[in-house]
Design a protein around this ligand. Structure first.
Ligand SMILES: NC(=O)c1ccc[n+]([C@@H]2O[C@H](COP(=O)([O-])OP(=O)(O)OC[C@H]3O[C@@H](n4cnc5c(N)ncnc54)[C@H](OP(=O)(O)O)[C@@H]3O)[C@@H](O)[C@H]2O)c1
Length: 254
């Protein structure tokens, strides 16, 4: 029997969805949780509440050097990665011309380059029964004005996850793209506010909560779902976006 330690790696674990996934994966019997984000004190305080041993990785994942550090950590420890949850991400609400260019570029670096890069670096440490959860968004289903770059970054991850799930099926590694609608109890909307439009999203009817998204999506992943819409609005959105032209849906959202 292999003596490699079983780990669950969770990015964005210092808040919102990432922290909720850490709490659920705490009950999965892995040997170690690797908690990744920039705010060390938040990760420390989460780790203190969990029963599983935690490794804190204080990394800015939009920085290539930090991605190399994570890859190096994997190479040194050679764990067996049972779960990878890529939850680190942010958005920018407003016309893209009103959002700072650097912020838009950082978004693509974190939401796409980092999530894809971390996934690729973890795959060699996975085996049959391992799970990859990419935290996407139902904004991936269509172009969305006032969230143009964010929705495009999530469309990249949805397409990547779908293709990867086919590539990895022969190895028995399950990939799930989690595509929720707005979640009201995370820091996301407050951080994404670049213009007054953010209030529209904060008060959105049908918004869900982080605990429910984490719980339902982990269940869906274990059941083999490639795309998980963990709430009613995202489920309806997925159906509508598969039926109607995206130029029309983009105009309706504007
Ligand atoms: N909230 C929603 O309405 C919603 C809906 C659909 C999808 N999502 C997706 O769900 C995921 C989690 O978002 P959330 O709602 O839980 O928001 P959140 O509470 O703001 O959490 C975002 C997490 O990402 C981490 N992060 C941000 N920049 C980072 C960086 N450069 N390097 C490393 N970590 C970084 C943050 O930690 P530090 O600041 O400590 O680094 C934090 O832990 C995101 O991918 C988001 O796009 C959210």
């Amino acid at each position: 029997m292999s003596n490699k330690k079983n780990v669950a790696i969770i990015t964005g674990a210092s808040s919102g969805l990432g922290a909720e996934y850490a709490k659920f994966l705490d009950k999965e019997g892995v040997d170690e949780l690797w908690l990744v984000a920039r705010r060390k004190e938040r990760l420390d305080s989460l780790a203190a509440k969990l029963r599983t041993q935690c490794q804190i990785l204080t990394l800015d994942l939009a920085d290539e050097i930090c991605l190399d550090e994570l890859e190096q950590e994997l190479a040194v420890q050679k764990p067996h990665v049972k779960y990878l949850v890529n939850a680190a991400g942010f958005g920018c609400i407003g016309l893209s011309r009103d959002c700072p260019r650097v912020k838009l570029q950082q978004m693509v670096k974190l939401n796409d380059m980092a999530a894809m890069g971390i996934t690729e670096m973890c795959i060699p440490y996975m085996s049959k029964g391992s799970h990859i959860l990419e935290i996407v968004s139902c904004s991936a289903f269509q172009p969305i004005p006032n969230l143009a770059v964010y929705a495009a970054s999530k469309a990249f991850m949805l397409s990547y996850s779908r293709a990867l799930s086919v590539e990895l099926s022969e190895l028995g590694i399950q990939v799930t793209a989690v595509c929720p609608f707005w979640i009201k109890d995370t820091e996301f909307v407050d951080k994404a506010r670049e213009t007054d439009r953010h209030q529209v999203y904060k008060d959105m009817p049908g918004a869900t909560n982080a605990k429910s998204v984490a719980e339902k999506s982990l269940r869906a992943a274990k059941a083999g779902a490639v795309v998980c819409t963990p709430d009613t609005v995202s489920t309806v959105h997925r159906i509508i976006a598969s039926l109607l032209p995206h130029w029309l849906l983009a105009k309706v959202c504007f």
